[in-house]
Design a protein around this ligand. Structure first.
Ligand SMILES: Nc1ncnc2c1ncn2[C@@H]1O[C@H](COP(=O)(O)OP(=O)(O)OP(=O)(O)O)[C@@H](O)[C@H]1O
Length: 321
């Protein structure tokens, strides 16, 4: 197998003087051409992890290698250069774009800053990129973000992220702020661009339904740690962690007249400043036993490429170790 395009080891993110531990030792590999979905409830550390991978700011500890090159020690120009390859798309597209710039200026900016191509070549590249994200340059090119819909702004943000030849796209809830009717079109666009431009994607979302179809693999986070990671189809068909099962059970069935499911998971997650001993999910887990308070379960591979951090993963529901 070739080297992963992104290789992350034992990344930690701490905030503030009290050292709130938002990401508590995450490993991940993103293979070339792969889409890895990252899911978990609000506050579990998904965005903190994404920013740490981008070195915005660098993680408090751990390593992040892009194409085998370690990023955590890089600063200034060197880091900005790498960030052309490693781009991020944010949840709120309107807020992520300068309101006074035109669409052409916004998409062309990375090319101008790095003096990629001549002025005429840049114009051609920008127009091609706008067409690639489904915007007509003659119609949208001179508009400003305030004159576009949320979905169009997200297309502009994607065009801007990809225009200078990005290899990895980190999408942080890219469709959650969009109208429900537009979400599928933006997901389809990302899939199409991934194929056409040979991208690798880390796709963050708080609910599993969104990542289900777009991801090759899915990584489930709980309170700053990975509790399960595996191939998407297998993880949905045979989830191993009680938290993953609860997330899947909470996904509404897309059928007219289907009852809204009861929340399968009770209460809110504990604060990352007050993490339970042993297994951090135990305070909400239907399978919890004494051992869960005493020993932290480590990620272990149960099926090829499918790992889980749970003492009771082999016999879910029976309470046997
Ligand atoms: N800049 C910051 N300063 C202090 N605490 C922060 C900061 N950013 C995030 N946190 C805290 O870190 C924890 C993880 O937050 P993060 O935004 O990474 O989670 P998330 O899973 O992306 O949540 P959401 O889906 O709501 O964006 C939360 O407790 C949050 O309050």
């Amino acid at each position: 197998m070739s080297t992963p395009i992104l290789q992350v080891r034992d990344v930690h993110v701490r905030y503030g003087r009290n050292g709130l531990h938002a990401v508590a030792g995450v490993d991940l590999d993103l293979a070339r051409g792969e889409t890895l979905g990252v899911v978990g409830e609000s506050g579990c550390g998904k965005s903190s992890l994404a920013r740490a991978l981008m070195q915005m700011p660098p993680p408090s500890a751990g390593t992040v290698a892009y194409n085998g090159q370690e990023l955590t020690g890089l600063r200034g120009q060197e880091l900005r250069r790498i960030r052309l390859d490693l781009q991020m798309v944010f949840q709120d597209p309107i807020a992520s774009l300068h309101p006074l710039r035109t669409v052409r200026q916004l998409v062309g900016e990375p090319l101008g800053v790095w003096r990629i191509g001549t002025k005429d070549e840049r114009k051609v590249t920008v127009d091609e990129m706008l067409r690639a994200v489904g915007l007509d340059p003659d119609v949208a090119g001179d508009r400003r973000p305030g004159q576009l819909s949320g979905g169009q702004c997200q297309r502009v943000a994607i065009a801007r992220a990809l225009v200078a030849g990005a290899r990895v796209l980190i999408c942080d809830e890219p469709i959650s702020s969009l109208d429900v009717s537009l979400r599928a079109t933006v997901l389809n666009l990302l899939e199409e661009l991934k194929e056409r431009m040979d991208l690798s994607i880390l796709f963050i979302a708080h609910d599993l339904a969104v990542v289900r179809n777009i991801s090759d693999r899915v990584m489930v986070m709980y309170l700053g740690k990975v509790c399960e990671v595996g191939p998407s189809a297998e993880l949905f068909a045979s989830p191993l962690h009680p938290y993953t099962r609860a997330l899947i059970d909470s996904v509404p069935v897309a059928m007219p007249g289907a009852a809204t499911p009861e929340p399968a998971i009770i209460g809110d997650p504990p604060s990352p400043s007050n993490v339970p001993s042993g297994c951090r999910f135990r305070t909400r887990c239907p399978l919890a036993q004494q051992v869960c308070a005493e020993e932290e379960p480590q990620l272990r591979e149960m099926e090829p490429h499918h790992s889980v951090a749970c003492h009771f993963a082999e016999t879910p529901g029976e309470g046997k170790r």
